[in-house]
Design a protein around this ligand. Structure first.
Ligand code: AMP
Ligand code: GLY
Length: 420
C-alpha cells in the first residue's frame, strides 16, 4: 500500500514512524514533512491546503491511502476533494470538521445531543457579549468561534479580563475567527483527552492522554500548543470513559449522522472531569500534538489497520490491542516560545540517541541545513519514550533530553507530575 500523510509536525512524524512498522506499508510519503521525517521516509514539498494539488500528486504517485494530520486542510475541505477524486482518505469532511472549526456549531450539537458541557452564550456583537459577561460574573471563558491556532480561548478570572477579551476579539486581533464569540461557564476539574475513531457510524476508542498546555512548570505562564503529554490518563477510569462514550461521544456522533454530515476520522474529545463526571470542553477533528506521539508509541504498526478500517467504514470488525504500558513525550521548544523566538539555531546530539520501539525523538519544527539539524518552529522536538510504568517512561525520556545539545531551546522538567 502506498500512503501519503499530510502535515509537518511531531504528530505526523509519529504517525509516519508507526505506520512504517506495518508490513502493509510499501511506500510512504509525507507532505511537506520535516527534517526528522525525511530521515525515515520520502517528503514532498506540496501545498497541502490545495485539494487539487494533493489529488494530482496522489494520482501521479499511485497513492492508495491519504491520511490528513492537521485541522487546517480538513476545515478547508481537502478530504472532500480527495474523496471526490476516488481516493481512500482518513479525515473528516469539511462539514464534519466544523466540530473543531466552529465552537458555536459544537455547542449546538451538544444541545441537540443533550451532552454535558459548559453553559454558554453565542454572540455576534461586543455589546451583547459584554452584557452577558456582566450578568454571569467571573470566572468565565471567552472563545473566538473559529480556528485560532490554539490562541482563541481566554479563561478570564476577572470580569475586567473577560471584557478586555471581547474588545480584542471584536477589534480583529483574532482575524475572522473572532467575528463571533462563545462565552462559557468556567468548569473546574481535571482535564483529559480521549481519542476515538469514528467511521460515521461505529466508534472505537483508541486511547487517553493528558497534555500540559502552560509553558511553565507547575502549569504556570501562557498557553501553548502543548509542552508534553502522557498516555494513559489515570483520571480516565473505566467509569469515566464509559460515561464519556455514552453521554457525550455517541449522542454527538449520532447527531452528526442524522444531519447528513457523519464524522469520519479521529475525534479528539477534550474533557473536564469532576467527581467522576466528564463534561465536554471541546472537540478537535484530528490527533492532538503532542498527545499523538504517546499514542503512536503505544499502538505501533497496528495504527495503519485501524485508520484503514475507519476510512473503509469497518470499525465494527477491528479491535485496538493495548499493552499495559505507558508513554510520555517531552516537548523541547525554542527559547521565547510561545512568544517571539529565534529560528535557525543548530541542534546537536540527536544522532547519539536511541531510535527504537521504546525511544524516539519526533521532530516538530526542524530543517536540515548543510548536514546540521536546525530549529524552524516554536515547538521543535518531542522526546518520547514508553515503559512498563509512567515513572520508567519518564526517566527514559528525560535521559534523552540530557543528551540533546541545544542551548537555544528549553523544556518543562515536570511533565507527568500530576499522574506521579
Ligand atoms: P480549547 O481550545 O477549547 O481546548 O480551550 C483551551 C483550554 O482552555 C482548555 O484546554 C481548558 O484548559 C481551558 N478551557 C476551555 N473551556 C473551558 C471552560 N469552559 N472552563 C474551564 N476551562 C476551559
Ligand atoms: N495538544 C493540544 C492540541 O493538539 O490541540
Amino acid at each position: 500500500m502506498n500512503i501519503l500523510i499530510l502535515g509537518s509536525g511531531g504528530r505526523e512524524h509519529s504517525l509516519a514512524w508507526a505506520i512504517q512498522q506495518n508490513p502493509k506499508c510499501d511506500r510512504l510519503i509525507v507532505a511537506p514533512g520535516n527534517a526528522g521525517i525525511a530521515q525515515i521516509c520520502e517528503c514532498a514539498g506540496i501545498d497541502i491546503m490545495d485539494g487539487d494539488t494533493v489529488a494530482t500528486f496522489a494520482e501521479e504517485n499511485a497513492i492508495d491511502f491519504v491520511i490528513i494530520g492537521p485541522e487546517a486542510p480538513l476545515a478547508a475541505g481537502v478530504a472532500d476533494r480527495l474523496r471526490d477524486a476516488g481516493l481512500l482518505v482518513f479525515g473528516p469532511s469539511k462539514a464534519a470538521a466544523a466540530l473543531e472549526a466552529s465552537k458555536s456549531f459544537t455547542k449546538a450539537i451538544c444541545d441537540a445531543a443533550n451532552a454535558p458541557t459548559a453553559g454558554y452564550g453565542h454572540f455576534h456583537n461586543a455589546d451583547a457579549a459584554k452584557a452577558y459577561i456582566k450578568a454571569q460574573g467571573a470566572p468565565i471563558v471567552v472563545k473566538a468561534d473559529g480556528l485560532a491556532a490554539g490562541k482563541g480561548v481566554i479563561v478570564a478570572m476577572s470580569e475586567a479580563e473577560a471584557l478586555d477579551a471581547i474588545d480584542d476579539m471584536f477589534d480583529g486581533s483574532f482575524g475572522d475567527a473572532g467575528a463571533e464569540v462563545v462565552i462559557e461557564e468556567f468548569m473546574d476539574g481535571e482535564e483529559a483527552s480521549f481519542f476515538v475513531l469514528c467511521d460515521g457510524t461505529n466508534i472505537l476508542p483508541i486511547g487517553t492522554a493528558q497534555d500540559h498546555k502552560r509553558v511553565g512548570e507547575g502549569d504556570t505562564g501562557p498557553n501553548t500548543g502543548g509542552m508534553g503529554a502522557y498516555s494513559p490518563a489515570p483520571v480516565m477510569t473505566e467509569s469515566v470513559t464509559q460515561k464519556a462514550m455514552d453521554e457525550i461521544v455517541k449522542p454527538c456522533m449520532d447527531e452528526m449522522r442524522k444531519r447528513g454530515t457523519p464524522f469520519e476520522g479521529v475525534l479528539f474529545v477534550g474533557l473536564m472531569i469532576k467527581d467522576g463526571q466528564p463534561r465536554l470542553v471541546e472537540y478537535n477533528v484530528r490527533f492532538g500534538d503532542p498527545e499523538c506521539q504517546t499514542l503512536m508509541m503505544r499502538l505501533g504498526g497496528q495504527i495503519l489497520d485501524l485508520l484503514q478500517a475507519c476510512a473503509e467504514h469497518r470499525l465494527h470488525d477491528i479491535k485496538a490491542n493495548w499493552a499495559d504500558d505507558h508513554a510520555i513525550t517531552i516537548v523541547m521548544a525554542a527559547n521565547g516560545y510561545p512568544g517571539a523566538y529565534e529560528k535557525g539555531s543548530v541542534i546537536k546530539g540527536l544522532d547519539t540517541l536511541p531510535a527504537d520501539s521504546k525511544n524516539m525523538v519526533f521532530h516538530a519544527g526542524t530543517a536540515e541545513k548543510d548536514g546540521a539539524i536546525t530549529a524552524t518552529g516554536g515547538r521543535v522536538l518531542a522526546v518520547t519514550a514508553c515503559g512498563e510504568t509512567l515513572a520508567e517512561a519518564r526517566e527514559r525520556a528525560y535521559k534523552m533530553t540530557k543528551s540533546i545539545d541545544w542551548p537555544a531551546g528549553f523544556y518543562r522538567n515536570d511533565i507527568g507530575w500530576r499522574a506521579l
